[in-house]
Design a protein around this ligand. Structure first.
Ligand SMILES: [Zn+2]
Ligand SMILES: [Zn+2]
Length: 294
């Protein structure tokens, strides 16, 4: 069972490209005013009203099993906020988060819930929770909003959008690391990404995660030349997510670096024998069930 990562800090696992690029995005003039406007009146409000009116609200009463799966993710990542979670009719494996930082709304496609097992789903929910924990949500909304506005101004997208989209893609690497820290199962994380990459559903039981890992490692080796790099750059420069195989390769590289294990060790506490939650070393009384440690 995945453990709660006590005092997990985003700086422990944030991708350096994400942190660097976000500081540049935050330095764009008038951004705070634009965000304030967005928060209150534009996209977010619009999204929230339509979500509440046209999606399934996952609560402890309405869908207790799924609620529990999601709840565990937030406990594991040591997050004390918990967003409203909705499921939306959509065959794709997809999820996104919108809203204010402290008042976020998470949306899971019904395809994600149907086609992923609980651990894979925890990777996807953990990915979204990672966006919340790192403060990405507002900037993602801003990216989506700006891309709509700028699409009507000739030439503007070439100037402003690449910087935003670049950060947006880099933030996905951070979120994937959070997803892995939430589910604590590399094979499940890669299997979720593999399913997003397009493995047909009728081969879900036999598709090999090891084969997909090999594809990810080989992609990095085979297509690392300058022409390949240019193709990759041109292909993704206005996309909000990196390619699935690149995401898998980046996650494998991070685990290979030993950072993932280091974080698990650093944040491990002791397990309460009565409720199975992880609590800080030296705790006298379990904060979850009241169990007294001798
Ligand atoms: Zn994401
Ligand atoms: Zn306990």
């Amino acid at each position: 069972m995945a453990q709660r990562l006590i005092n997990l800090q985003t700086r422990d696992y944030e991708h350096p490209f994400d942190r660097e690029a976000l500081s540049k995005v935050k330095a764009i003039p008038l951004l705070p005013q634009a965000i304030n406007f967005l928060m209150n009146w534009a996209t977010i409000k619009w999204n929230i009203v339509s979500l509440c009116g046209n999606s399934y609200h996952i609560t402890d009463n309405a869908c207790p099993e799924l609620y529990k799966v999601a709840r565990e993710v937030f406990t594991n990542l040591d997050l004390d906020t918990f967003p409203d979670i909705y499921s939306q009719q959509d065959y794709y494996i997809n999820a996104y988060t919108t809203g204010h930082q402290k008042d976020a709304y998470m949306v899971l496609s019904s395809g994600a819930v149907d086609r992923l097992n609980d651990t894979e789903l925890q990777f996807v929910i953990g990915h979204e929770a990672g966006h919340i924990k790192s403060g990405h949500v507002l900037y993602h909304v801003l990216c989506a909003y700006l891309s709509q506005v700028l699409a009507n101004i000739p030439g503007s997208s070439a100037l402003l959008q690449p910087a935003l989209w670049y950060w947006n893609r880099m933030s996905e690497f951070t979120a994937d690391r959070a997803g892995l820290l939430a589910c604590q199962d590399l094979k499940a994380a890669l299997s979720a990404i593999m399913k997003m990459s397009g493995v047909p559903q009728r081969f879900y039981n036999s598709a090999s995660v090891d084969g997909f890992m090999l594809q990810a490692r080989e992609f990095e080796e085979k297509y690392g030349g300058s022409t390949d790099k240019l193709i990759k750059l041109l292909e993704v420069f206005d996309e909000d997510h990196p390619w699935t195989v690149v995401r898998a390769a980046e996650l494998i590289r991070w685990v290979d670096s030993g950072e993932y294990e280091r974080i698990l060790t650093k944040t491990a506490g002791k397990v309460c024998p009565s409720c199975n939650n992880s609590v800080e070393e030296g705790t006298k009384q379990c904060p979850f069930c009241g169990h007294n440690f001798k």
